[in-house]
Design a protein around this ligand. Sequence first.
Ligand code: GLN
Length: 483
Amino acid sequence: MIDSSLKEIAAALRAKKVSAVELATESLARIDAGNGRINAFVTVDREGALAAARAADARLAAGTAAPLTGIPMAHKDVFCTEGVLTTCGSKMLANFVSPYDAHVVSLLKQAGAVMVGKTNMDEFAMGSSNENSHFGPTRNPWNTDKVPGGSSGGSAAAVAARMVPIATGTDTGGSIRQPAALCGITGIKPTYGVVSRYGMIAYASSLDQGGAFGYSAEDCALLLSGMAGHDPRDSTSLERETEDYSRNLNRPLAGLRIGLPTEFFAAGMSDDVRAAVDAAIAEYRRLGATTVEVSLPNARLAIPAYYVIAPAEASSNLSRFDGVRYGHRAAEYTDLNDMYCKSRAQGFGGEVQRRILVGTYVLSHGYYDAYYIKAQKLRRLIAQDFAAAFEQCDVIAGPVSPTVAFGIGEKSDDPVQMYLSDIYTIAVNLAGLPGLAHPAGFGAGGLPVGLQLIGNYFGEARLLNVAHQFQQATDWHTRRPAN
Ligand code: GLN
Protein backbone atom coordinates (compact mmCIF):
# COMPACT_ATOMS: atom_id res chain seq x y z
CA MET A 1 0.00 0.00 0.00
CA ILE A 2 2.89 2.38 0.81
CA ASP A 3 3.72 2.34 -2.88
CA SER A 4 0.38 3.96 -3.77
CA SER A 5 -0.47 7.62 -4.24
CA LEU A 6 -1.58 9.59 -1.20
CA LYS A 7 -5.02 9.87 -2.76
CA GLU A 8 -5.28 6.07 -2.93
CA ILE A 9 -3.88 5.62 0.58
CA ALA A 10 -6.28 8.22 2.00
CA ALA A 11 -9.23 6.57 0.23
CA ALA A 12 -8.21 3.13 1.52
CA LEU A 13 -7.96 4.50 5.07
CA ARG A 14 -11.44 5.99 4.82
CA ALA A 15 -12.89 2.82 3.30
CA LYS A 16 -11.28 0.84 6.15
CA LYS A 17 -9.36 -1.28 3.65
CA VAL A 18 -6.23 -0.48 5.62
CA SER A 19 -5.58 1.08 9.03
CA ALA A 20 -3.01 3.68 9.96
CA VAL A 21 -1.40 1.10 12.25
CA GLU A 22 -1.07 -1.33 9.32
CA LEU A 23 0.45 1.42 7.18
CA ALA A 24 2.95 2.39 9.88
CA THR A 25 3.81 -1.29 10.33
CA GLU A 26 4.37 -1.67 6.60
CA SER A 27 6.60 1.41 6.56
CA LEU A 28 8.62 0.16 9.54
CA ALA A 29 9.00 -3.26 7.90
CA ARG A 30 10.31 -1.66 4.70
CA ILE A 31 12.78 0.38 6.75
CA ASP A 32 13.89 -2.77 8.62
CA ALA A 33 14.40 -4.55 5.32
CA GLY A 34 16.19 -1.76 3.44
CA ASN A 35 17.86 0.63 5.83
CA GLY A 36 20.95 -1.52 6.40
CA ARG A 37 21.68 -1.15 2.69
CA ILE A 38 20.44 2.43 2.08
CA ASN A 39 21.12 4.15 5.44
CA ALA A 40 18.28 6.59 4.79
CA PHE A 41 17.22 6.80 8.45
CA VAL A 42 19.32 7.96 11.38
CA THR A 43 16.51 7.36 13.87
CA VAL A 44 13.44 5.14 13.62
CA ASP A 45 10.70 5.97 16.14
CA ARG A 46 8.77 2.72 16.26
CA GLU A 47 6.76 3.39 19.41
CA GLY A 48 6.02 7.00 18.51
CA ALA A 49 4.88 5.94 15.04
CA LEU A 50 2.54 3.25 16.34
CA ALA A 51 1.07 5.60 18.96
CA ALA A 52 0.49 8.29 16.32
CA ALA A 53 -1.03 5.69 14.03
CA ARG A 54 -3.46 4.53 16.73
CA ALA A 55 -4.50 8.15 17.30
CA ALA A 56 -4.95 8.56 13.53
CA ASP A 57 -7.16 5.49 13.40
CA ALA A 58 -9.30 6.95 16.18
CA ARG A 59 -9.65 10.19 14.21
CA LEU A 60 -10.54 8.30 11.06
CA ALA A 61 -13.18 6.37 12.97
CA ALA A 62 -14.57 9.59 14.47
CA GLY A 63 -14.74 11.23 11.04
CA THR A 64 -12.40 14.08 12.02
CA ALA A 65 -9.47 13.07 9.80
CA ALA A 66 -7.49 15.62 7.75
CA PRO A 67 -6.01 14.76 4.31
CA LEU A 68 -2.70 13.58 5.81
CA THR A 69 -4.16 11.68 8.78
CA GLY A 70 -2.65 8.21 9.01
CA ILE A 71 -0.05 8.75 6.26
CA PRO A 72 3.43 7.51 7.25
CA MET A 73 6.16 10.06 6.68
CA ALA A 74 9.71 11.03 7.62
CA HIS A 75 11.36 14.28 8.63
CA LYS A 76 14.83 15.33 7.58
CA ASP A 77 16.93 15.30 10.74
CA VAL A 78 17.32 19.08 10.55
CA PHE A 79 13.80 19.54 11.98
CA CYS A 80 13.55 19.54 15.77
CA THR A 81 11.27 16.83 17.11
CA GLU A 82 10.25 16.86 20.76
CA GLY A 83 11.48 13.79 22.59
CA VAL A 84 13.17 12.27 19.50
CA LEU A 85 16.85 12.70 18.53
CA THR A 86 17.61 15.61 16.19
CA THR A 87 21.19 15.19 15.02
CA CYS A 88 21.45 17.37 11.90
CA GLY A 89 23.84 14.69 10.60
CA SER A 90 26.48 15.89 13.07
CA LYS A 91 28.53 14.46 15.90
CA MET A 92 27.93 17.85 17.52
CA LEU A 93 24.24 16.97 17.98
CA ALA A 94 24.54 13.18 18.06
CA ASN A 95 22.89 13.08 21.50
CA PHE A 96 20.55 16.06 21.15
CA VAL A 97 16.91 15.52 22.06
CA SER A 98 14.95 18.65 21.30
CA PRO A 99 12.59 19.98 23.98
CA TYR A 100 10.20 21.27 21.31
CA ASP A 101 8.86 20.61 17.81
CA ALA A 102 9.70 22.64 14.72
CA HIS A 103 6.68 24.49 13.34
CA VAL A 104 6.54 22.12 10.37
CA VAL A 105 6.67 19.11 12.69
CA SER A 106 3.82 20.38 14.86
CA LEU A 107 1.66 21.26 11.84
CA LEU A 108 2.07 17.77 10.41
CA LYS A 109 1.45 16.20 13.82
CA GLN A 110 -1.77 18.17 14.11
CA ALA A 111 -2.74 16.98 10.64
CA GLY A 112 -2.39 13.41 11.91
CA ALA A 113 0.58 12.43 9.72
CA VAL A 114 2.53 9.56 11.26
CA MET A 115 6.26 10.24 11.61
CA VAL A 116 8.20 6.99 11.45
CA GLY A 117 11.65 8.50 11.84
CA LYS A 118 14.32 11.04 11.01
CA THR A 119 16.36 10.91 7.83
CA ASN A 120 20.07 11.08 7.19
CA MET A 121 21.60 14.23 5.76
CA ASP A 122 24.84 16.03 5.08
CA GLU A 123 26.09 17.56 8.33
CA PHE A 124 24.23 20.84 8.94
CA ALA A 125 22.82 20.52 5.40
CA MET A 126 26.22 21.24 3.85
CA GLY A 127 26.77 18.99 0.88
CA SER A 128 25.42 17.55 -2.34
CA SER A 129 25.98 13.84 -1.79
CA ASN A 130 25.10 12.91 1.80
CA GLU A 131 28.71 11.84 2.27
CA ASN A 132 29.20 14.56 4.89
CA SER A 133 26.97 12.81 7.42
CA HIS A 134 28.48 11.77 10.74
CA PHE A 135 26.26 8.67 10.44
CA GLY A 136 27.77 7.44 7.17
CA PRO A 137 26.61 8.08 3.63
CA THR A 138 23.10 7.36 2.43
CA ARG A 139 23.13 5.19 -0.68
CA ASN A 140 21.07 5.67 -3.82
CA PRO A 141 18.32 3.01 -4.01
CA TRP A 142 18.80 2.79 -7.80
CA ASN A 143 22.44 1.80 -7.35
CA THR A 144 23.97 1.58 -3.92
CA ASP A 145 27.43 2.51 -5.22
CA LYS A 146 26.03 5.94 -6.11
CA VAL A 147 25.16 8.95 -3.98
CA PRO A 148 21.50 9.88 -3.47
CA GLY A 149 22.36 13.60 -3.70
CA GLY A 150 22.25 15.95 -0.77
CA SER A 151 21.82 17.42 1.59
CA SER A 152 18.33 15.89 1.98
CA GLY A 153 19.57 12.58 0.55
CA GLY A 154 18.10 10.48 3.35
CA SER A 155 14.58 11.80 2.74
CA ALA A 156 14.88 11.37 -1.03
CA ALA A 157 16.26 7.82 -0.71
CA ALA A 158 13.57 6.87 1.84
CA VAL A 159 10.83 7.93 -0.57
CA ALA A 160 12.54 6.43 -3.63
CA ALA A 161 12.94 3.10 -1.78
CA ARG A 162 9.25 3.21 -0.85
CA MET A 163 9.96 3.23 2.88
CA VAL A 164 7.61 6.22 3.23
CA PRO A 165 5.44 7.88 0.58
CA ILE A 166 6.38 11.44 1.62
CA ALA A 167 9.13 13.20 3.52
CA THR A 168 10.26 16.70 4.39
CA GLY A 169 13.50 18.27 3.29
CA THR A 170 15.24 21.61 3.22
CA ASP A 171 16.80 23.42 0.30
CA THR A 172 19.45 26.12 0.78
CA GLY A 173 21.12 25.68 -2.60
CA GLY A 174 19.40 22.69 -4.15
CA SER A 175 19.09 20.17 -1.33
CA ILE A 176 15.52 19.16 -2.19
CA ARG A 177 15.63 19.39 -5.98
CA GLN A 178 18.99 17.69 -6.54
CA PRO A 179 18.36 14.58 -4.39
CA ALA A 180 14.82 14.33 -5.82
CA ALA A 181 16.33 14.29 -9.32
CA LEU A 182 19.08 11.81 -8.45
CA CYS A 183 16.62 9.46 -6.74
CA GLY A 184 13.85 9.66 -9.36
CA ILE A 185 11.16 11.32 -7.23
CA THR A 186 9.42 14.70 -7.10
CA GLY A 187 10.49 17.51 -4.76
CA ILE A 188 9.50 21.11 -4.28
CA LYS A 189 11.20 24.03 -2.56
CA PRO A 190 8.71 26.85 -2.11
CA THR A 191 9.26 30.60 -2.23
CA TYR A 192 11.47 31.76 0.64
CA GLY A 193 9.25 32.54 3.63
CA VAL A 194 6.37 30.19 2.77
CA VAL A 195 7.47 27.43 5.17
CA SER A 196 8.44 28.39 8.72
CA ARG A 197 12.08 27.96 9.73
CA TYR A 198 11.20 27.79 13.43
CA GLY A 199 12.86 24.69 14.81
CA MET A 200 14.62 23.97 11.53
CA ILE A 201 18.32 24.02 12.46
CA ALA A 202 19.83 27.01 10.67
CA TYR A 203 22.52 26.69 8.03
CA ALA A 204 22.22 29.89 5.93
CA SER A 205 19.12 31.64 7.20
CA SER A 206 18.46 33.90 4.20
CA LEU A 207 18.46 30.87 1.88
CA ASP A 208 17.14 27.92 3.94
CA GLN A 209 13.64 26.81 3.05
CA GLY A 210 11.69 23.69 3.97
CA GLY A 211 9.82 21.70 1.36
CA ALA A 212 8.37 18.39 0.28
CA PHE A 213 9.32 15.07 -1.33
CA GLY A 214 6.84 12.59 -2.80
CA TYR A 215 6.27 10.14 -5.63
CA SER A 216 4.42 12.80 -7.61
CA ALA A 217 3.57 16.49 -7.81
CA GLU A 218 0.08 15.63 -6.58
CA ASP A 219 1.53 14.09 -3.39
CA CYS A 220 3.95 16.99 -2.90
CA ALA A 221 0.99 19.41 -3.17
CA LEU A 222 -0.77 17.60 -0.32
CA LEU A 223 2.31 17.56 1.88
CA LEU A 224 3.16 21.20 1.18
CA SER A 225 -0.42 22.23 1.99
CA GLY A 226 0.08 20.58 5.38
CA MET A 227 3.40 22.29 6.19
CA ALA A 228 3.21 25.83 4.79
CA GLY A 229 1.70 28.84 6.46
CA HIS A 230 2.50 31.93 8.49
CA ASP A 231 4.33 31.46 11.78
CA PRO A 232 4.93 34.46 14.04
CA ARG A 233 7.92 32.64 15.58
CA ASP A 234 9.89 33.00 12.33
CA SER A 235 10.46 36.67 11.52
CA THR A 236 10.91 35.88 7.81
CA SER A 237 7.71 33.82 7.62
CA LEU A 238 5.37 35.58 5.23
CA GLU A 239 1.97 36.78 6.37
CA ARG A 240 -0.14 35.23 3.67
CA GLU A 241 -3.34 33.23 3.67
CA THR A 242 -2.72 29.49 3.79
CA GLU A 243 -3.05 27.91 0.37
CA ASP A 244 -4.40 24.69 -1.00
CA TYR A 245 -1.54 23.75 -3.31
CA SER A 246 -3.67 21.10 -5.00
CA ARG A 247 -6.20 23.59 -6.27
CA ASN A 248 -4.75 24.07 -9.76
CA LEU A 249 -3.52 20.55 -10.48
CA ASN A 250 -5.99 19.85 -13.26
CA ARG A 251 -5.49 23.03 -15.20
CA PRO A 252 -4.55 22.23 -18.83
CA LEU A 253 -1.18 23.49 -20.06
CA ALA A 254 -2.41 25.09 -23.29
CA GLY A 255 -0.90 28.55 -23.53
CA LEU A 256 1.77 27.93 -20.86
CA ARG A 257 4.96 29.79 -21.74
CA ILE A 258 8.09 27.89 -20.70
CA GLY A 259 11.33 29.87 -20.59
CA LEU A 260 14.52 28.01 -21.49
CA PRO A 261 17.59 29.86 -20.19
CA THR A 262 20.33 30.05 -22.83
CA GLU A 263 22.96 29.68 -20.13
CA PHE A 264 21.47 26.41 -18.80
CA PHE A 265 21.55 24.78 -22.22
CA ALA A 266 24.89 26.17 -23.45
CA ALA A 267 27.32 23.64 -22.01
CA GLY A 268 27.92 21.58 -18.93
CA MET A 269 25.06 19.11 -19.12
CA SER A 270 26.11 15.54 -19.83
CA ASP A 271 24.64 14.02 -22.99
CA ASP A 272 22.29 11.64 -21.20
CA VAL A 273 20.85 14.41 -19.02
CA ARG A 274 20.52 16.62 -22.06
CA ALA A 275 18.58 13.95 -23.99
CA ALA A 276 16.09 13.42 -21.14
CA VAL A 277 15.64 17.15 -20.55
CA ASP A 278 15.06 17.79 -24.27
CA ALA A 279 12.53 14.94 -24.43
CA ALA A 280 10.66 16.30 -21.40
CA ILE A 281 10.47 19.73 -22.99
CA ALA A 282 9.15 18.16 -26.20
CA GLU A 283 6.47 16.45 -24.09
CA TYR A 284 5.52 19.82 -22.61
CA ARG A 285 5.11 21.18 -26.15
CA ARG A 286 2.83 18.24 -26.98
CA LEU A 287 0.78 19.19 -23.93
CA GLY A 288 0.19 22.65 -25.36
CA ALA A 289 3.04 24.70 -23.89
CA THR A 290 5.17 27.02 -25.96
CA THR A 291 8.85 27.60 -25.30
CA VAL A 292 10.80 30.82 -25.40
CA GLU A 293 14.51 31.38 -24.96
CA VAL A 294 15.33 33.55 -21.96
CA SER A 295 18.62 34.72 -20.55
CA LEU A 296 20.04 34.61 -17.03
CA PRO A 297 23.38 36.31 -17.74
CA ASN A 298 24.45 36.42 -14.09
CA ALA A 299 23.51 32.83 -13.26
CA ARG A 300 27.13 31.78 -13.78
CA LEU A 301 28.01 33.88 -10.73
CA ALA A 302 25.56 32.05 -8.49
CA ILE A 303 28.07 29.52 -7.16
CA PRO A 304 30.74 32.07 -6.19
CA ALA A 305 28.10 34.36 -4.62
CA TYR A 306 26.54 31.43 -2.73
CA TYR A 307 29.89 30.19 -1.42
CA VAL A 308 30.44 33.59 0.18
CA ILE A 309 26.94 34.27 1.51
CA ALA A 310 26.07 30.77 2.77
CA PRO A 311 29.34 30.22 4.70
CA ALA A 312 29.10 33.77 6.12
CA GLU A 313 25.67 33.02 7.54
CA ALA A 314 26.74 29.54 8.62
CA SER A 315 29.75 30.86 10.54
CA SER A 316 27.40 33.05 12.54
CA ASN A 317 24.63 30.45 12.97
CA LEU A 318 27.02 27.71 14.06
CA SER A 319 28.68 29.84 16.72
CA ARG A 320 25.93 28.71 19.10
CA PHE A 321 27.41 25.21 19.22
CA ASP A 322 29.90 25.89 21.98
CA GLY A 323 29.56 22.78 24.09
CA VAL A 324 27.96 24.71 26.95
CA ARG A 325 24.18 24.34 26.72
CA TYR A 326 23.79 21.35 24.42
CA GLY A 327 25.70 19.27 21.96
CA HIS A 328 29.11 17.68 22.12
CA ARG A 329 31.54 18.78 24.81
CA ALA A 330 35.17 17.68 24.85
CA ALA A 331 35.96 15.33 27.72
CA GLU A 332 39.21 17.05 28.64
CA TYR A 333 40.20 20.71 28.49
CA THR A 334 42.26 23.23 30.39
CA ASP A 335 40.03 26.31 30.47
CA LEU A 336 36.85 27.70 28.90
CA ASN A 337 38.48 28.75 25.65
CA ASP A 338 40.16 25.38 25.30
CA MET A 339 36.77 23.72 25.93
CA TYR A 340 35.18 25.73 23.09
CA CYS A 341 38.03 24.94 20.72
CA LYS A 342 38.20 21.24 21.48
CA SER A 343 34.42 20.75 21.50
CA ARG A 344 34.03 22.41 18.10
CA ALA A 345 37.09 20.72 16.62
CA GLN A 346 35.75 17.32 17.70
CA GLY A 347 32.05 17.95 17.07
CA PHE A 348 32.16 19.42 13.56
CA GLY A 349 33.25 17.49 10.49
CA GLY A 350 35.68 18.72 7.83
CA GLU A 351 33.20 20.40 5.46
CA VAL A 352 31.48 22.28 8.27
CA GLN A 353 34.84 23.50 9.59
CA ARG A 354 35.84 24.59 6.08
CA ARG A 355 32.70 26.69 5.75
CA ILE A 356 33.06 28.24 9.19
CA LEU A 357 36.59 29.30 8.23
CA VAL A 358 35.49 30.69 4.85
CA GLY A 359 32.52 32.47 6.42
CA THR A 360 34.57 34.04 9.18
CA TYR A 361 37.15 35.17 6.63
CA VAL A 362 34.68 36.86 4.25
CA LEU A 363 33.02 38.69 7.14
CA SER A 364 36.27 39.88 8.67
CA HIS A 365 37.33 43.51 8.68
CA GLY A 366 39.09 44.32 5.43
CA TYR A 367 37.47 41.50 3.43
CA TYR A 368 33.82 42.23 4.13
CA ASP A 369 33.49 44.77 1.28
CA ALA A 370 35.55 42.75 -1.14
CA TYR A 371 33.65 39.48 -0.67
CA TYR A 372 30.46 39.68 1.36
CA ILE A 373 29.10 42.98 -0.01
CA LYS A 374 30.11 42.01 -3.53
CA ALA A 375 28.29 38.70 -3.22
CA GLN A 376 25.15 40.48 -2.00
CA LYS A 377 25.30 42.70 -5.09
CA LEU A 378 25.56 39.63 -7.31
CA ARG A 379 22.59 38.20 -5.51
CA ARG A 380 20.53 41.21 -6.48
CA LEU A 381 21.66 40.97 -10.12
CA ILE A 382 20.67 37.31 -10.22
CA ALA A 383 17.21 38.11 -8.84
CA GLN A 384 16.83 40.84 -11.46
CA ASP A 385 17.72 38.38 -14.24
CA PHE A 386 14.86 36.14 -13.13
CA ALA A 387 12.47 39.10 -12.91
CA ALA A 388 13.31 40.02 -16.50
CA ALA A 389 12.93 36.41 -17.66
CA PHE A 390 9.49 36.12 -16.03
CA GLU A 391 8.27 38.99 -18.19
CA GLN A 392 8.54 36.58 -21.11
CA CYS A 393 7.42 33.29 -19.57
CA ASP A 394 5.32 31.68 -16.84
CA VAL A 395 7.79 29.05 -15.69
CA ILE A 396 11.44 28.33 -16.45
CA ALA A 397 12.61 24.81 -17.25
CA GLY A 398 16.05 23.25 -17.27
CA PRO A 399 18.18 20.50 -15.79
CA VAL A 400 18.50 19.95 -12.04
CA SER A 401 21.95 18.40 -12.01
CA PRO A 402 24.57 18.27 -14.78
CA THR A 403 24.89 14.48 -14.43
CA VAL A 404 23.01 11.51 -13.05
CA ALA A 405 24.00 10.31 -9.57
CA PHE A 406 27.78 10.09 -9.24
CA GLY A 407 29.74 7.45 -7.38
CA ILE A 408 30.25 7.44 -3.63
CA GLY A 409 33.77 8.79 -3.11
CA GLU A 410 33.99 10.23 -6.63
CA LYS A 411 33.89 13.90 -5.62
CA SER A 412 34.34 13.78 -1.87
CA ASP A 413 38.01 14.81 -2.01
CA ASP A 414 37.36 17.76 -4.29
CA PRO A 415 35.08 20.37 -2.73
CA VAL A 416 35.04 22.58 -5.83
CA GLN A 417 33.83 19.71 -8.04
CA MET A 418 31.16 19.00 -5.44
CA TYR A 419 30.10 22.67 -5.33
CA LEU A 420 29.83 22.79 -9.13
CA SER A 421 27.22 20.03 -9.14
CA ASP A 422 24.72 22.64 -7.88
CA ILE A 423 25.22 24.95 -10.84
CA TYR A 424 21.54 24.83 -11.92
CA THR A 425 19.86 25.03 -8.53
CA ILE A 426 21.65 27.67 -6.47
CA ALA A 427 20.52 30.81 -8.33
CA VAL A 428 16.92 29.97 -7.40
CA ASN A 429 17.74 30.16 -3.68
CA LEU A 430 19.67 33.40 -4.08
CA ALA A 431 16.56 34.91 -5.70
CA GLY A 432 14.19 33.28 -3.16
CA LEU A 433 12.10 31.70 -5.92
CA PRO A 434 10.19 28.39 -5.84
CA GLY A 435 11.68 25.40 -7.66
CA LEU A 436 10.51 21.87 -8.38
CA ALA A 437 12.24 18.75 -9.67
CA HIS A 438 10.35 15.90 -11.30
CA PRO A 439 11.46 12.64 -12.91
CA ALA A 440 12.08 13.03 -16.64
CA GLY A 441 13.67 9.77 -17.74
CA PHE A 442 16.82 7.77 -17.24
CA GLY A 443 20.44 8.30 -18.19
CA ALA A 444 23.76 6.49 -17.93
CA GLY A 445 23.61 3.30 -15.88
CA GLY A 446 19.81 3.39 -15.78
CA LEU A 447 19.91 6.21 -13.24
CA PRO A 448 17.11 8.77 -12.98
CA VAL A 449 17.26 12.23 -14.57
CA GLY A 450 15.18 15.12 -13.24
CA LEU A 451 13.73 18.21 -14.86
CA GLN A 452 13.72 21.46 -12.94
CA LEU A 453 10.83 23.91 -13.09
CA ILE A 454 11.35 27.37 -11.60
CA GLY A 455 8.39 29.61 -10.82
CA ASN A 456 7.90 33.25 -10.06
CA TYR A 457 7.33 34.23 -6.41
CA PHE A 458 4.40 32.29 -4.91
CA GLY A 459 4.12 30.19 -8.05
CA GLU A 460 4.12 26.90 -6.10
CA ALA A 461 0.59 25.92 -7.13
CA ARG A 462 1.45 26.66 -10.75
CA LEU A 463 4.63 24.57 -10.64
CA LEU A 464 2.75 21.67 -9.10
CA ASN A 465 0.04 22.02 -11.76
CA VAL A 466 2.60 21.97 -14.56
CA ALA A 467 4.41 18.92 -13.14
CA HIS A 468 1.12 17.13 -12.46
CA GLN A 469 0.01 17.57 -16.06
CA PHE A 470 3.35 16.13 -17.19
CA GLN A 471 2.87 13.20 -14.83
CA GLN A 472 -0.63 12.56 -16.17
CA ALA A 473 0.91 12.10 -19.62
CA THR A 474 4.10 10.20 -18.68
CA ASP A 475 5.03 7.40 -16.30
CA TRP A 476 8.61 8.23 -15.27
CA HIS A 477 7.41 9.05 -11.75
CA THR A 478 5.92 5.59 -11.34
CA ARG A 479 9.21 3.78 -12.01
CA ARG A 480 10.92 2.54 -8.92
CA PRO A 481 14.17 0.81 -8.08
CA ALA A 482 14.20 -3.01 -7.89
CA ASN A 483 12.98 -4.20 -4.46
N1 GLN B 1 24.92 21.55 -1.94
C1 GLN B 1 24.78 22.88 -1.44
C2 GLN B 1 25.74 23.07 -0.29
O1 GLN B 1 26.55 22.24 -0.10
C3 GLN B 1 23.36 23.14 -1.02
C4 GLN B 1 22.98 22.48 0.25
C5 GLN B 1 21.58 22.75 0.66
O2 GLN B 1 20.74 23.13 -0.16
N2 GLN B 1 21.34 22.61 1.95
O3 GLN B 1 25.71 24.02 0.43
